[in-house]
Design a protein around this ligand. Structure first.
Ligand code: HEC
Ligand code: HEC
Length: 268
């Protein structure tokens, strides 16, 4: 005790005490670090949401309302339960922000950066339920085999071809609405469109069409788009119109040939 009491008055006592307490704080922090890193993530999320809210106020609120509640006079829907996937789809494909509320938001050049889209999506996702932005493993078709591609074709013809045509070339719907060509659509576009149902398109939930089936459809469309078509396809309108084209060229050519023979033949 006497040693300690005198030691406290030692010149080095204060700096030593400081060092020891710094060490203790460091050790204490290290022990808690795993717990604090997730709260650091929480802070980052909160920042992303805050940034998204700002971007939303500037670019989207004029139609969708300051709290994404939707403004009836603009015909703009409530976004509180559309999820991050809907925002990612609509902004990435340039549909949103809409220039003016037409019948249908056309695909156009997207003017937002990836970070801005992530922020907008995080903000809307923070408001309610809805599908998240998919990971690549959810739509990537690389594990689909030949049988899967064929199945993808069946699924596509059953669920999608009524509007998008059996090769995904697109088509017209009533009231001037267009089901766009899917030629340039990515696997992510397909997944997000199916899960969120943009415009007149119905939602295909994962309960009805699981992710493995989406991958098969992506694989099918990729194969269709890579297969070079033999000359004029007439937009893949189907056997009737393409057969008609065959008639015009084929039979027309035969008739011309027959005329040529008739005029050049020994009889002439
Ligand atoms: C000029 C008005 C206008 C602006 C600005 C606008 N929107 Fe929209 N938005 C609409 C309309 C109208 C629809 C419905 C269109 C449709 O169904 O095709 C819509 C639909 C959407 C949808 C689809 C909702 C669903 O049910 O799947 C999302 C997501 C969306 N908007 C996000 C945004 C975001 C994010 C912004 C800002 C970057 C934005 N919008 C800016 C008018 C607007
Ligand atoms: C009832 C008609 C209808 C059916 C069925 C339908 N779609 Fe659509 N689809 C549409 C319309 C309309 C749009 C354009 C939506 C908009 O932005 O206004 C669209 C848009 C899309 C897009 C976005 C394309 C782009 O230009 O960015 C994809 C991808 C898509 N559909 C895939 C599918 C798939 C896959 C299926 C089948 C599982 C399917 N659709 C079934 C009508 C339909």
């Amino acid at each position: 005790m006497r040693f300690l009491a005198s030691g406290r008055r030692h010149k080095a006592a204060r700096p030593l005490l400081l060092l020891v307490s710094l060490f203790l704080v460091g050790a204490f922090y290290a022990a808690l670090a795993p717990a604090t890193s997730s709260s650091a993530e929480g802070v980052a999320d909160a920042q992303l949401v805050a940034r998204g809210k700002q971007l939303f106020a500037v670019n989207c609120a004029s139609c969708h309302g300051l709290n994404a509640e939707g403004l009836a006079q603009q015909g703009a829907p409530n976004l509180t339960n559309v999820g991050a996937a809907a925002v990612d789809f609509q902004v990435r494909t340039g549909r949103m922000p809409m220039a003016n509320p037409l019948v249908q938001a056309p695909r156009k050049e997207n003017t937002f950066t990836e970070d801005e889209i992530a922020a907008l999506a995080a903000y809307v996702a923070s408001l309610g339920e809805g599908p998240a932005i998919p990971g690549e493993n959810q739509y990537d078709p690389s594990s689909v085999d030949a049988g899967g591609v064929a199945r993808g074709g069946d699924l596509f013809r059953t669920n999608c071809s009524a509007c998008h045509n059996f090769k995904g070339a697109g088509g017209a719907l009533p009231n001037g609405v267009v089901a766009p060509s899917l030629e340039d659509s990515t696997g992510k576009d397909l997944w997000e469109a199916m899960r969120t149902g943009p415009g007149q398109m119905p939602v295909f939930a994962s309960g009805a069409v699981p992710d493995e089936d989406v991958q098969k459809m992506v694989a099918y469309l990729q194969q269709v788009n890579q297969t070079p078509s033999a000359g004029l396809t007439l937009g893949g309108l189907g056997p009737v119109s393409e057969g008609f084209w065959g008639w015009v060229v084929g039979i027309g050519g035969l008739v011309l040939f027959a005329i040529w023979i008739a005029t050049r033949g020994p009889r002439a």
